[in-house]
Design a protein around this ligand. Structure first.
Ligand SMILES: [Zn+2]
Length: 236
């Protein structure tokens, strides 16, 4: 998980949109309010999706897989889905609040089934359950809560056991995620092994690379996991 700094929307256009429809929105459930925005015949929804993607460097807020906005290809796992940190079913007043909205992946919903099963993760697994705000990617301390081991699995760091239920709801140890992270970590270890004197420089460069967006505004995939992995296993 990588911390998402909520910088605000240009001109606060979402709040303005809500304000203009105050009377119409008031009697609606959180779900219906959100649907109204998605189905509105203006650019607000598209603009919001684009801004959330940019803000997050094109990574899923929970698993940090690459996500994008690819019209006419909605059946891809990396297609953006907009997620409510506090479920819209619980807090209608936060259903159109930019600070409660993040971009996530499809959580395995569009992946082929294994037998009869489809293992879900991220928003697709969490559904309308609540998780601790400590586990929100918008919490500046979220990166320090998780530890990744060499096999790609994630666990809570010592002293944060009370967040176990939230981590389970997000299912960040879904098989596809564990495998993908293990592959990334393996590449890092292979590279490290091939270096003799310049391991420190390599790790520093890797950290810098994963802390900042590239020229196209993207973070590398699994940026949060890579940073945590380096921090845990290679820094004394
Ligand atoms: Zn995800």
């Amino acid at each position: 998980m990588k911390h998402i700094h909520k910088e605000g929307l240009e001109g606060d256009y979402l709040a303005a949109w809500v304000d203009e429809r105050r009377v119409e929105l008031r009697p609606l459930s959180g779900k219906d309010r959100f649907l109204l925005l998605k189905n509105a015949r203006d650019r607000t929804w598209k603009r919001l999706q684009t801004d959330l993607l940019r803000e997050q460097g094109y990574l899923c807020a929970y698993c940090n897989q690459r996500i994008q906005n690819v019209p006419r290809q909605h059946d891809r796992d990396d297609y953006i889905s907009v997620e409510h940190l506090v479920p819209k079913e619980k807090r209608a007043d936060l259903s159109l609040d930019y600070r409660n909205l993040v971009a996530v992946c499809n959580g395995g919903e569009k992946r082929p089934k294994t037998g009869n099963e489809r293992e879900l993760y991220c928003g697709a697994a969490k559904k309308n359950e609540e998780i601790s705000p400590k586990l929100f990617p918008t919490n500046p301390g979220c990166e320090e809560l998780l530890a990744f081991n060499f096999t790609g699995r994630v666990a809570l760091r010592e002293g944060h056991e009370e967040l176990e239920n939230g981590l389970r709801l997000l299912n960040l140890n879904a098989e596809v995620l564990v495998k993908a992270r293990a592959a990334v970590f393996e590449t890092i270890i292979e590279e490290l092994d091939s270096l003799e004197d310049s391991q420190v420089e390599f790790l520093n460069a890797l950290e810098t690379e994963h802390k900042q967006k590239d020229d196209s505004g993207k973070y590398p995939e699994f940026a949060g996991a890579v940073l945590s992995f380096i921090q845990n296993h290679f820094h004394a």
